[in-house]
Ligand binder design. Structure first.
Ligand SMILES: *[C@@H]1O[C@H](CO)[C@@H](O)[C@H](O)[C@H]1NC(C)=O
Ligand SMILES: *[C@@H]1O[C@H](CO)[C@@H](O)[C@H](O)[C@H]1NC(C)=O
Ligand SMILES: *[C@@H]1O[C@H](CO)[C@@H](O)[C@H](O)[C@H]1NC(C)=O
Ligand SMILES: *[C@@H]1O[C@H](CO)[C@@H](O)[C@H](O)[C@H]1NC(C)=O
Ligand SMILES: *[C@@H]1O[C@H](CO)[C@@H](O)[C@H](O)[C@H]1NC(C)=O
Ligand SMILES: *[C@@H]1O[C@H](CO)[C@@H](O)[C@H](O)[C@H]1NC(C)=O
Ligand SMILES: *[C@@H]1O[C@H](CO)[C@@H](O)[C@H](O)[C@H]1NC(C)=O
Ligand SMILES: *[C@@H]1O[C@H](CO)[C@@H](O)[C@H](O)[C@H]1NC(C)=O
Length: 848
């Protein structure tokens, strides 16, 4: 990395002398050669204007697509200090000086422009420097082009002496921001500063008291394991704005999006300490949002910054086929997703079998699994697959109350005691019961020396011998005559769980692991997919070495999820298993959608809340959809279970049931997880009541297969997500702020206002909830049909509907003949199975 250095005094003087000839407007200065105002066309109806009073503006015909911040403000700034990114068990604390001058951070911000010229038919170049004393010899170039391959503009800043580049745009106050990968807890993200960094999502994420427990006691799951409202499994530098703009930051280095926070001059501090001091910090900020601030700043670590920006409200993207009809009338946020995913890519198709029933997450070995499959049939629970993460064996991690936490042996072969007949048994389940099997894999390898049930091969030893693990080079030691480069970097995942991490920056290791996965997972038995876990852990501390020092951990960290998912996808493609395999990931990079046929929103707590519970699973799906990952799901019932001295977070049947209702109407695959302490959580198979509730939800999921298939096709053609923010179909800017998880659309035809809290004494016996039906300014949705009672209500109405267990408030949009190219008979077809289900279950009463 190149740090900005203080400029020698003589040159600084020369710099100042030059500046005196400049025509200066505030901090924004022009050299004499640049005319007062100049415009250059860059093709595709785009023109770049350089105004003396308004800075830079790029127009599409008469409409402004991008403009620099208000007069006098710079659009390019540089800074010299690296962000500190401290790892502990996959949790990262982030402190970035950002644009503050704290800790000797040199900020170049008195931008000057020395030339503005045409580069070629589709591009211009602006060049300049800075008037700040310390930055007088620092130069920058900004190329603005309209590449044919995208529907938008490309901004490419090059500044050879920069450590960080900051590129700013004007953003009107009413513009909201969505996306940036998994961003739980929020609807509109305006007012926040979002770090682009893949890391553990956090346990609690601000929810009390679990966040405090984990953020004060680093021995439980690593420093900052409680996380914050900003911790995310994904490193996705892209957004969609409520005005139809979309942006994509290229590259994998650390970045920050400042969404008009008004805090540019303050360091970004996202650490355990900060969370404890001021736990509601980010939410508070959002409430106190600086309504006057209109600056969107993209910050990126490096000597160049590549950013795409488009506006779908001006230029209609073209899908190039029959979908153009749909696209033409679509809300601007959906059009923006179409344009965004043309650049970032879309997820590959899901196999058809995913529609046919539940995927039951079970641990405990062949007998237990087969017993549950048989029992499920008795409760009319359709089982599409069993998902057996413990296929590789388990070990117990010490926990509170002498209750152990069940963890996996990360050694990718079937465990001889739990699954002694893995190969035959997997086939047997499919032929005997029509039930598929899914398993589990990640890029950790555990040393199995102490595995009590034995092992055939130790992949850890093989990888270590082959030099395939990430190395901690500060551990180098003298052994005999030969000096070793270092020992495997040891990752920990809570007490007693240690392993090495595969160095997939090295292509030969990628090939080696691909062969391993082909053989151990997909040849050893006819499985139908796996959880492809993790991807966030790579530390960037000194000493962490990749590819013998050729690859920088700091640049590879955010790329890890993409390389990991590409590896797994190429196994599927090379073995021609596309119609069979579901490979679900929780980590992701900006461009990894095309390698992930199913996204999973990671570990939520077995809890209700918006920060890290059922509510978070909804807001996470919404933002992933705006990030191009429109096909997703969550663990029904959540995952993280906590037993502590003063409180417990465990799963009730009510939570499992309500979560299942939400998943039935929002996920692309209906899968449970037993959680990390299965014995204290209610499971789908716990008893008659749980079987009945889960079975009901699974059948509800199946009844929507035709509708979901239509939505999946829409995703394939246009990139539109299955789950959509309510405001997508409203005309109210306030809806973007008001709603985060309280309601959503599944596609354009179903509106859902889920029950997100346990029933309490105050709720009375009537089980009624108040539902605010959306307005639809397009006039498409004139009325809404409540699926359980069949009652039809007008758009915009506030209505009371019963919501006992199994009756999640959901409404089908009644579409008028001829409007939006749709009609009742089409609608009737996709919901036919749903109406049959509703009729059949009208007397069903579920209990918890
Ligand atoms: C025009 O310049 C831009 C920016 O440098 C470049 O990306 C593009 O390839 C160039 N186009 C042609 C046709 O050379
Ligand atoms: C800027 O970078 C160039 C190329 O790396 C180098 O030659 C030059 O000395 C640097 N200038 C300053 C002021 O750091
Ligand atoms: C932190 O957690 C560990 C593991 O659960 C426990 O042994 C220890 O007592 C805790 N420390 C504090 C200060 O609470
Ligand atoms: C936990 O188990 C150990 C050994 O089995 C026993 O000595 C101890 O009393 C138990 N503690 C609790 C809280 O049950
Ligand atoms: C399953 O494995 C066990 C132990 O290896 C063996 O005794 C048994 O015969 C096997 N059963 C089948 C059906 O293959
Ligand atoms: C590398 O190993 C040394 C010595 O054991 C340890 O102090 C250091 O924390 C390790 N570095 C990382 C990044 O884990
Ligand atoms: C938490 O759960 C454990 C194990 O079931 C139980 O012994 C303990 O009393 C519970 N603690 C609280 C505070 O509810
Ligand atoms: C409605 O949909 C049906 C089935 O796709 C089609 O046959 C019919 O022509 C459509 N009617 C209108 C008015 O578009």
């Amino acid at each position: 990395m190149v740090l900005l250095t203080r400029f020698p005094p003589l040159a600084a003087l020369l710099g100042t002398a030059c500046l005196s000839h400049l025509d200066a407007v505030g901090a924004f200065q022009f050299v004499a050669e640049v005319p007062q105002s100049q415009s250059i066309s860059i093709g595709g109806d785009y023109t770049v204007h350089l105004h003396q009073d308004k800075g830079l503006e790029v127009k599409f015909a008469d409409h402004t697509v991008a403009a620099s911040p208000e007069r006098g403000a710079p659009f390019i700034r540089l800074s010299s200090s690296l962000a500190s990114l401290t790892e502990s068990s996959g949790n990262f604390e982030i402190v970035s000086p950002h644009l503050s001058s704290e800790g000797g951070n040199v900020v170049c911000q008195e931008q000057t422009i020395s030339s503005f010229e045409r580069l070629n038919l589709t591009a211009v170049r602006l060049s300049g420097g800075f008037g700040d004393h310390a930055c007088a010899s620092i130069r920058w170039d900004l190329d603005i082009s309209s590449p044919a391959a995208t529907d938008g503009l490309r901004f490419n800043v090059v500044a050879p002496n920069a450590t960080n580049i900051h590129l700013s745009f004007h953003s009107p106050q009413s513009e909201g921001f969505l996306g940036f990968g998994e961003s739980a807890s929020f609807g509109n993200l305006r007012g926040l500063r979002i770090p682009i960094w893949t890391r553990e999502g956090g346990v609690g994420r601000g929810e009390s008291p679990v966040t405090e427990l984990l953020n004060t006691n680093g021995t439980i799951a690593g420093t900052f394991a409680g996380g914050s409202l900003l911790t995310s499994y994904t490193a996705i530098g892209s957004f969609v704005s409520t005005k139809g703009r979309w942006g994509i930051l290229h590259g994998s280095n650390f970045g920050i999006f400042d969404l008009a926070s008004g805090m540019e001059g303050e360091p970004l501090v996202d650490t355990a300490e900060k969370q404890l001091q001021d736990k509601d910090d980010e939410e508070q900020r959002l409430r106190d949002r600086d309504r006057d601030n209109e600056v969107l700043t993209v910050s990126y670590e490096g000597t160049s910054l590549l950013f795409d920006l488009g506006d779908s409200s001006l230029s209609s993207p073209s899908s190039g086929d029959h979908s153009d009809r749909l696209l033409g009338k679509a809300p601007v946020t959906l059009k923006a997703i179409t344009s965004l995913t043309k650049v970032t890519g879309r997820q590959p198709k899901l196999p058809e079998w995913t529609h046919t029933g539940a995927v039951l997450g079970i641990q405990g070995g062949q007998e237990k699994v087969e017993g549950i499959i048989r029992e499920a049939k008795l409760y009319d629970l359709p089982v599409a697959a069993v998902w057996l993460q413990d296929w590789c064996g388990t070990r117990l991690q010490e926990g509170m109350y002498n209750i152990s936490i069940s963890r996996l042996w990360w050694n990718w072969e079937a465990d001889s005691s739990l699954y002694p007949n893995w190969t035959d048994w997997v086939s047997h389940l499919e032929t005997e019961y029509g039930v598929r099997t899914m398993s589990y894999v990640n890029t950790f390898l555990a040393d199995v020396k102490t595995k009590s049930t034995g092992y055939k091969r130790s992949f850890y030893s093989e990888a270590k011998e082959g030099g395939r693990l990430v190395i901690n080079s500060t551990q180098s030691e003298q052994r005999g005559e030969q000096e070793r480069v270092g020992e495997p970097w040891r990752i920990t995942s809570g007490p007693g769980i240690e392993a090495g991490l595969l160095d997939i920056s090295n292509p030969t290791t990628v090939e080696w692991f691909k062969e391993l996965v082909k053989e151990q997972l997909y040849s050893s038995a006819r499985i139908s997919g796996a959880m492809n876990d993790f991807g966030e852990f790579l530390s960037v501390d000194d000493g962490v070495q990749l590819s013998g020092g050729l690859v920088r951990a700091r640049s590879f960290h955010n790329l890890y999820p993409e390389v990991w998912s590409r590896l797994m996808r190429s196994v599927v493609e090379e073995m021609s298993l596309e119609d069979r395999v579901v490979g679900f990931h929780r980590s992701a990079s900006t461009f990894s959608a095309r390698f992930t046929n199913l996204f999973w929103v990671g570990d939520q707590n077995v809890a209700w809340g918006p920060e890290d519970g059922l509510g978070a699973s909804i807001s996470s799906k919404l933002h992933m959809g705006f990030s191009g990952f429109g096909v997703s799901h969550s663990d029904v019932g959540g995952y993280t279970t906590v037993l502590a001295a003063d409180f417990n977070v465990t799963r009730s049947l009510e939570l499992l049931g309500r979560w299942g209702e939400v998943e039935a109407l929002s996920s692309a695959l209906f899968r449970t997880h037993e959680g990390n302490i299965p014995s204290v959580n209610v499971q789908a198979y716990t008893d008659e009541k749980s079987y009945r509730y889960h079975s009901f939800n699974a059948r509800l999921f199946v009844s929507l297969a035709d509708y979901r298939a239509r939505l999946l096709k829409e995703y394939e053609d246009l990139g539109w997500p299955l789950v959509r923010h309510t405001a997508v179909y409203s005309d109210s800017d306030e809806d973007w702020d008001r709603i985060r998880d309280q309601s959503f659309f599944l596609g354009d035809r179903m509106f859902v206002q889920p029950v997100l809290k346990p029933r309490s004494a105050e709720d009375g016996d009537d089980d009624e909830v108040i539902v605010q039906l959306p307005r639809d300014p397009s006039g498409r949705a004139k009325s809404f049909k409540h699926i359980w009672t069949g009652n039809v209500y007008s758009a915009g109405e506030q209505v009371r509907v019963p919501a006992p267990y199994g009756r999640i408030p959901a409404f089908v949009v009644v579409v008028e003949e001829g409007i939006d190219g749709q009609n009742q008979s089409e609608g009737g077809d996709v919901f036919e199975k749903l109406w049959e289900f509703v009729e059949k279950e009208k007397d069903t009463v579920l209990e918890v």
